[in-house]
Design a protein around this ligand. Structure first.
Ligand code: PMT
Length: 416
């Protein structure tokens, strides 16, 4: 279980019922597995367990009120909903299940539920007769039909003295089920090689040319590919990010280093799983040019020099070189554009012989470079489509969420 939820954002919704006390243990189990946990409580939940307890255990302020200006200023309900990779309501009372099924948004928990775009799950807990009631079962079916996971309930002795179905699953079972949600198996048997971050092109021992890439998008993809069952090698330029669990990392500095590492790892992957099960994803913002000469010593400022001329030479195109291989793997590129986004992306798709290209508008401050969010338009060749290119828009969401959607698109286009 260790680290199966590392870097995952879990929003835990706690509703009113005697099982609410178990949410304390659940938070501990989720955090033990590496998750960052935020809690939202209904008014009824606060009759059973205090926000202070859950705040101490989660290490985050507990969210209780939809109309609290101070809480909204710190992290608004839309932001909280968007933050969540998984929104788990546990325990989920019969009343809350009914409101979720109906789409009623009359408190913070139900409003966040409607606004959340990540995965969703409920862990019901109630009296066995309430659980068996036709209305509850219809609500459950409605939620399931919307791809909402239902964890449990278990059976046994109940707080009210009844015996039957309706017990909240144990905390460890719930934490394991949360981790399972991120493992789709969509990329089982594949080896995915991902480039991420910027490259640095040395000018002299103390200076370099580079760009604003933080590596977040590539690292999120590495995690999403691991979740989907792939073996993942991440070739990372100089970034300040921890290596995601179960990812093999190769650190590089320059575009030439990245090219050499990419070629070597892709060749090993093809030898191990075959080219049809090897995937190359080029998320890195590779410097297009590097200084023609790297000075052996620090370039000194001449007293009379107001300008400095540097000759740059073109770097090799890493993704194009992989896509040119005779037994090429599946190749997905990225396009960072500031204008004419679609035209440039489609040009790169064709010119670099890519199987898929994900394009982001890096002129926007709220997505793209450095941001935790992104929004993308994805294109791929399609003989049946208008202008022989198919496209899908991925609306603004956290990079983890975008990465999972990219994995789904990629998996659908891989030869079985
Ligand atoms: O790292 P973050 O802060 O999270 O930001 C994410 C991102 C904006 C860097 C990412 O989403 C993104 O857009 N990556 C591609 C950046 C880029 O260099 O785009 P480009 O349009 O210049 O290049 C097109 C493609 O060719 C890319 O897949 C790039 O990796 C690849 N390329 C480019 C030049 C080169 N010499 N070799 C390459 O492989």
């Amino acid at each position: 279980m260790l680290a199966r939820l590392s870097n995952k954002h879990i929003l835990l919704g706690v509703t009113g019922g005697i099982a609410a006390y178990k949410s304390a243990e659940l938070i501990r189990r989720l955090r033990d597995a590496g998750a960052d946990v935020q809690v939202v409580m209904t008014a009824a939940a606060r009759e059973f367990i205090t926000p202070l307890t859950l705040q101490a255990l989660s290490g985050n302020p507990v969210h209780v009120d939809l109309l609290d200006p101070a809480a909204e200023a710190a992290m608004g309900h839309i932001e909280l909903a968007r933050w969540a990779d998984l929104f788990l309501v546990a325990p989920a009372s019969a009343d809350t299940l009914a409101r979720l099924a109906q789409g009623i948004a009359n408190d913070l928990l139900t409003t966040c539920w409607l606004a959340a775009s990540g995965k969703k799950a409920v862990a019901p807990a109630m009296n066995q007769q309430m659980w068996a009631d036709a209305a509850t079962q219809v609500n459950l079916e409605t939620l399931k039909s919307r791809d909402i996971a239902v964890f449990g309930p278990g059976s046994g002795a109940q707080a009210c003295g009844d015996i039957g179905a309706g017990r909240l699953l144990e905390a460890q079972q719930l934490a394991d089920l949360c981790a399972d949600q991120f493992e789709s198996g969509l990329l089982s048997g594949t080896h995915v090689v991902i480039t991420a971050g910027p490259t640095r092109e040395a000018l002299d021992p103390v200076r370099y040319l580079s760009n604003h890439s933080s590596g977040k998008m590539g690292f999120a993809l590495a995690e999403a590919c691991v979740e989907a069952g792939a073996r993942v090698t991440l070739i990372a330029g100089p970034v300040h990010l921890p290596t995601p669990a179960r990812v093999q990392r190769v650190d590089v500095v320059s575009a030439l280093d990245m090219l050499a590492a990419s070629a070597a790892v892709v060749n090993d992957a093809k030898a191990a799983v075959g080219s049809a099960r090897t995937v190359f994803i080029a998320t890195a913002a590779v410097a297009d040019y590097r200084p023609a000469q790297v000075a052996a010593q620090k370039i000194k400022k001449g007293l009379k020099d107001d300008t400095l001329d540097i000759t740059l030479v073109k770097n090799p195109d890493i993704v194009a070189s992989i896509a040119e291989q005779a037994d090429k793997p599946f190749v997905m590129g990225f396009a960072a554009e500031t204008h004419a986004v679609e035209a440039y992306a489609c040009d790169k798709l064709a010119r670099k012989k890519l199987d898929l290209i994900a394009c982001n508008d890096v002129s926007r401050a709220d997505i793209g470079f450095q941001s935790d969010d992104n929004a993308m338009t994805v294109f791929w060749p399609d003989a049946q489509a208008h202008e022989k290119v198919a496209r899908v828009e991925l609306a603004k969401a956290g990079k983890s969420q975008i990465a999972r959607e990219l994995v789904r698109l990629l998996a659908a286009r891989l030869t079985p």
